[in-house]
Design a binder for this molecule. Structure first.
Ligand code: NAD
Length: 263
């Protein structure tokens, strides 16, 4: 596809018309919000979650809003489940042009007493899953000579805090996996970038938002002086999914109210 002239209208540069996006862990939270944002920009959707009821509800909700959406229920951290969950997707639904590796979990514990299970599960869901799902989807993108992969990184790809060593290790690893994908698949015209949210109000951070001391710390530490909302990630995500980012590869775009810039 020829590159858009630099004078192309924004609507052309950022349009996802005719594209299909697979978003993992999109039954709720950031994944669901990004899915809706992509649909508004013109994409058809393949939602995924390991929770079948949550996934079904999200699919029905988006279809009810007039968007094209199907669901594939599987655990992104299990290689056999990923293979089975994505089998036949291309022939039955169509090719995936945009992949968002969004599924993620926390299992907070002091490092010296962290169980191997807490370590392993967080590494598997936040890091290994991006390898497994991308490995399944990238060959089609390579065949077609185009594709966009967005990995949900974090502030914790760069900095840590007590009780999240497993998560910081996973998100730090995901940053480097993003660069590895960019290097290896860039020659095939795939662009792989990371989206790095700051502190966003979702179920994942629910307990933190109602902890007065933590809430005070986040407001004081973030130049914007507040928590972010999922919808504030949509603009950067659509950019990374669209032709507007065709020469952007291996970058982590932080959407964090300025937190990473501040001491
Ligand atoms: N909320 C934040 O402040 C924040 C900040 C930085 C990064 N992130 C990242 O953004 C992503 C989304 O976070 P969120 O806040 O929306 O979380 P969330 O807990 O609200 O939603 C995560 C979704 O992923 C699904 N999921 C979990 N494990 C899965 C698995 N193994 N297979 C398939 N689906 C699975 C869950 O069922 C859930 O629907 C995560 O990768 C998270 O680490 C979030």
């Amino acid at each position: 596809m020829p590159h858009p002239p630099t004078t192309a209208a924004g609507s052309v540069l950022f349009s996802l018309e005719g594209r299909r996006a697979l978003i993992t862990g999109s039954g709720q939270g950031i994944g669901l919000t990004l899915a809706r944002g992509f649909a508004i920009a013109g994409a058809s959707l393949v939602l995924n979650d390991r929770d079948p009821a949550r996934l079904a509800q999200a699919v029905v909700q988006l279809q009810g809003e007039g968007f094209s959406a199907v669901g594939r229920c599987f655990d992104v951290a299990r290689a056999d489940a990923v293979e089975a969950g994505l089998a036949g997707l291309e022939t039955e639904v169509g090719p995936v042009d945009i992949l968002v590796n969004n599924a993620g979990i926390h299992a907070r514990a002091p490092l010296e007493s962290m169980s191997r299970e807490a370590w392993q599960s967080v590494l598997e869901v936040n890091l290994t899953s991006a390898f497994l799902v991308s490995r399944a989807i990238a060959p089609g993108m390579i065949r077609r000579g185009a594709g966009k992969i967005i990995n949900l990184c974090s502030l914790n790809s760069e900095i840590s805090r007590p009780t999240i060593a497993n998560y910081a290790a996973a998100k730090g690893g995901l940053k480097m996996l993003t660069r590895a994908m960019a290097v290896e698949w860039g020659p095939h015209n795939l662009q792989t970038n990371g989206l790095g949210p700051g502190y966003i109000r979702t179920a994942m951070t629910g307990a933190l938002t109602v902890d007065p001391a933590f809430d005070r710390t986040i407001r004081a530490r973030t130049p914007a002086g507040r928590w972010g909302e999922s919808g504030e990630l949509v603009g950067a995500a659509v950019f990374l999914a669209s032709r507007a980012s065709d020469f952007v590869n291996g970058q982590i775009v932080s959407v964090d109210g300025g937190l990473l810039a501040a001491l």
